[in-house]
Design a protein around this ligand. Structure first.
Ligand SMILES: [Zn+2]
Length: 187
């Protein structure tokens, strides 16, 4: 009787023991698969904070950013918003506002020669009304403060503003006020 009871108990234990082990094994597999998926593609990686420097030295704001207030454009003889900031300085050198990669170089009569640089954090800076002696090309890696070209009056849509830099800052493809990112008060 004693032996029969014991063997029944062992059978019971074996059956449920195997079941428990199977459950634990399945849980481990599920966890490993889950962790692998969640740590793989689709998880955004923090790009860190972008630190900005100034695009010109000792610059004066010729025309400020305005997304609602209309400003008169003498060159085009019309009132318009200005989703950029115009700067001029005795030193016409123009410098990248942050580390990044040159993603476009354009030349057209409206905006003159322009350079577009992409940075971390979804920021893109665009420097227009430059002279054609640019110091960078598409694909170049640039550092904050690196000279990229010189301000000019090459943009016909702002030619009456004289030699100046027409500076635009985009965040995730939308124009933002450079005053909120660049320390223009302490130039
Ligand atoms: Zn402008």
């Amino acid at each position: 009787m004693e032996i029969k009871k014991e063997s029944k108990f062992i059978k019971f234990f074996r059956r449920y023991g195997v079941l428990s082990l199977t459950c634990v094994f399945c849980l481990v597999i599920a966890l490993v698969v889950g962790l692998t998926v969640s740590s793989g593609k689709g998880t955004p990686v923090s790009t860190g904070v972008t630190t900005f420097s100034l695009p010109m030295e000792n610059a004066v704001i010729v025309k400020d950013y305005s997304d609602e207030r209309l400003q008169f454009n003498e060159s085009l003889n019309r009132w318009e918003i200005h989703l950029s900031i115009d700067l001029s300085s005795e030193n016409s050198g123009v410098f990248s506002v942050a580390d990044g990669t040159v993603t476009a170089v354009n030349s057209n009569s409206l905006e003159g020669d322009s350079v577009e640089i992409s940075h971390n954090g979804g920021f893109v800076s665009i420097y227009s009304s430059l002279s054609d002696n640019l110091e960078v090309a598409v694909g170049d890696k640039v550092e904050a403060g690196q000279k990229i070209g010189e301000a000019d009056s090459s943009a016909s849509n702002e030619s009456k503003s004289g030699t100046h830099l027409h500076f635009t800052l985009l965040k995730d493809g939308v124009e933002v006020d450079p005053n909120n990112y660049l320390d223009l008060e302490n130039k």
